[in-house]
Design a binder for this molecule. Structure first.
Ligand code: MG
Length: 408
């Protein structure tokens, strides 16, 4: 058992190990000729995106665990130097199960490393995952998609139960247990000691090692709400391609950024009360003309307080969009929270629910988006979702922020 984190200096990670040996049967006919990680995404193999993400997280050592058509991967990636990483290979047989693939690479592994499935993608923040791992002191942490929108690989079917403290109580590949509350998506941080739990035969990492870790209370689950993507079927590959296509995205708060802030506890209840702030229309026009997608993210508690209705708000937003279009500015989506402070919703900022919803519906990467707001709660929501955040402040309005964004 790993001593609790307080007693040791925190673990660092420099190595990622990627399971990339399966046959990818659900992706046939594509995978008759190439292994799944080589599936083309916007003209490049999917695996290139994973390596890029690892590099952005400061990882330079990669071990690829191969089995099916390994030469196709080796030929393309070589020693990794063209991709900014150093790659080592462990090549087994096509039929090896996942645990066996990891076990066979034992001699190449760091004491603690990141283990990934070669067909899942989400914008990993290794720093945060590692802080979680160090805090929990378990032999292993996995990343768990909260799956509130049922957009996991098997729809609403979950396979893991994480308690409120972040410990995994159940891993159930059969997806039967009633308390399951998320989907394990890989991106494990593992101590090599985990391999001591391995049986002396061909074994599956997720079916045998994970339950054994749960029994010892040695698996913690890092919950994420940012949607993840996977390439296991032709349909999901298409979505992944849409997501990984580079996009420029700006998320903007409304009141106090685009239009004048209503007086304390007042709300913009109809279009006649809506007043654009100086430069706001020009700023949105510049964003549109420079290829940005703009999403407005706004708390509208006036609805919960009965001061206006959702149809009232919809009319304001239709007029807002129409007025902007006259000036060649386009808003791609408006998300609002109609709830009050004590309603316990997931959407009211500082909670990041609206940001995750927008990203999930429009398939963009929140960690590459910029959030602009005038309130501390905007910035907190942006930070929780992994966005870059920029505050509107006295002397720094939307137009000034946009101008410096476009010049950066
Ligand atoms: Mg505001």
């Amino acid at each position: 058992m790993r001593p609790s984190s307080g007693k040791l200096s925190p673990v660092r990670i420099r190595q990622a190990v990627i399971l990339a040996g399966g046959e990818g049967t659900r992706l046939r006919p594509l995978t008759y000729d190439i292994p799944k990680p080589m599936a083309p995404v916007n003209g490049r193999p999917f695996l290139e995106y994973l390596l890029e993400m690892l590099r952005e997280n400061g990882i330079s050592e990669v071990v690829l665990l191969l089995g099916y058509l390994p030469e196709k991967i080796v030929q393309h990636f070589g020693d990794g130097s063209n991709f900014g990483v150093n790659i080592k290979y462990s090549i087994g047989s096509i039929s090896d199960k996942t645990g066996t693939r990891v076990k066979n690479a034992e001699h190449l592994l760091d004491p603690v490393f990141l283990l990934m499935y070669g067909d899942n993608y989400w914008p990993l923040n290794l720093k945060r995952l590692l802080a979680f791992y160090n805090e929990h002191g378990t032999l292993a942490s996995t990343t768990v998609y909260a799956n509130k929108d049922g957009k996991g690989e098997y729809g609403a079917e979950n396979n893991i139960h994480v308690d409120d403290d972040g410990y995994v109580l159940k891993y159930d590949k059969g997806r039967k247990d009633k308390n399951l509350n998320g989907v394990d998506i890989g991106f494990f941080i593992l101590s090599k000691e985990v391999l001591e739990l391995a049986p002396n035969r061909d074994f599956s990492f997720e079916e045998e090692v994970l339950p054994a870790l749960v029994d010892k209370r040695q698996l913690s689950g890092y919950r994420i709400e940012h949607r993840y993507y996977y390439i296991s079927t032709p349909e999901s590959l298409k979505l992944t391609e849409r997501y990984l296509k580079p996009k420029k995205v700006v998320l903007v708060d409304r009141d106090g950024v685009i239009n004048g802030k209503p007086p304390e506890h007042g709300y913009v209840k109809n279009w006649s009360e809506f007043e654009f702030l100086p430069g706001a229309i020009e700023a949105l026009r510049l964003l549109t003309q420079n290829g940005y997608n703009i999403y407005v993210i706004t708390n509208q508690r006036g609805i919960a307080r009965g001061m206006m209705s959702e149809p009232d708000l919809d009319i304001i937003h239709q007029k807002l969009k129409a007025e902007l279009e006259k000036h060649h500015a386009k808003i791609n989506g408006i998300y609002y929270c109609p709830h009050g402070r004590d309603d316990g919703c997931d959407c009211r900022k500082p909670k990041p629910g609206m940001l995750f919803q927008a990203a999930s519906e429009h398939d963009f990467d929140l960690t590459k988006a910029v959030l602009i707001g005038d309130n501390e709660s905007d910035l907190q929501a942006g930070d929780a979702a992994g966005c870059k955040t920029v505050p509107v402040e006295p002397g720094k309005d939307l137009l000034q922020i946009v101008t410096s964004l476009l010049n950066s």
